[in-house]
Design a protein around this ligand. Sequence first.
Ligand code: P5A
Length: 465
Amino acid sequence: MRLTRYFLPVLKENPSEAQIVSHRLMLRAGMIKQASAGIYSWLPLGFKVLRKLENIVHQEQARAGHIAIQMPVMQSADLWRESGRYDDYGQEMLRMKDRHDRDLLFTPTAEELVTDIFRGHVSSYKDLPLTLYQIQWKFRDEIRPRFGVMRGREFLMKDGYNFDLTKEDALHAYNRHLVSYLRTYERMGLQAIPMRADSGPIGGDDTHEFLVLAETGESEVFYDSAVTDIRMGERDIDYDDKAQCQAVMEEFTTLYARTDETHDAALFDQVPEERRRVARGIEVGQIFYFGTKYSEPMGATVQGPDGKPVPVHMGSHGIGVSRLIGAIIEASHDENGIIWPEGVTPFHCGIVNLKQGDEAADGACETIYKALTAIGLEPLYDDRKERAGGKFATMDLIGLPWRITVGPRGLKNGVVELTSRRTGESVEMTPEDAVKKIAEIYAPHHGGAAQHVEPMANRSFHTWI
Ligand code: P5A
């Protein structure tokens, strides 16, 4: 993309309404624009990151054997009356009437609707296990929408629902989700710690929230610092292997890690004192096992092996996709702007032309731009007639992890400069080597953060559905 043809409405001033750094930077980098309280338009740069996150979610869901669907945002209240939640859900649910005076609502979650799909089409245990998921906008009329996309009223959620014959199978689905979520967050450059939590209006006894530690997080968390040393990494996972998924679940959830909702001071005291931590975290996902809470009242049964109908065991599993962008920025920025992890960056690399209009500089930029594009990467070429300082400031603000700087002086010696946004280090090299280096960074299985950027990450998520 050439910046002169793009729509990147960056702000020079700090917007006064933003209280936390991710909100401020998202507004300043022209990623979002508030439409009304807790409701945002996604401008090109923000939308691109959102799509990248969706793509990672789809890939990891496909790996775990889960199947994508899309359910409507408008739902009939009748289904919610069947489960009993229409009255229970409270003021967070946005309710409406259609022209026939029927009660409608904007989906805050979709347990009822997916259970209705299931009961209409599945009748035998032989069709299980089944996990359906979607990535869809949700609406919750939060009493205090704030911090930009962190606590929106309209927000993008990945929501998945498992249907299993037995509790044991459903707990395997729970573990499978835990493992796939850990992989998902790590690919986004985040450490999200599973913590025992409270189930709230979704229901059930077994639930973990995934928390990214951050001072600006809304949840108070208590944990054993040893949990922060555990990583999924690149280990091979067989998602059908119950014992393996269970082992990962135990590895990640045995040490003390709880939100304030379930915090147990006596248990926490048993953690060695030097490892006890009280901090704040951003909840970027939650998984639930709630058994037959929805299947029983809604008659979602299958014929078991003995021919008798049994209600299916269910759970639901959510990732806050739009909130994740805020969490990534909270975890990865400096005083000049965002620093995108390679796995989610909106453009792979920036190209800064120090002297637009200079024949050699323009030519070299074009060559680099075309070479990167030809290997399937997306560079953002700042081809504006601006002074260098302004171009650098924009690049730093929008946070592309790599920048190639091209100027007539360097070109006289046959070199351009490759700069890491994270470390600020610059190395001079030929334009060809700069392209080669960027290609290597984003090549599959290269190691480091870049190992997560597989060729398929560049494809549309439609390939994975
Ligand atoms: C699980 C999927 C559920 O709704 N039903 C379907 C279950 N869980 S949840 O924990 O309530 O939400 C899942 C994730 O969505 C994000 N989230 C939000 N993001 C932005 N703004 C909000 N107002 C908001 N509310 C929830 C969180 O990341 C949460 O973990």
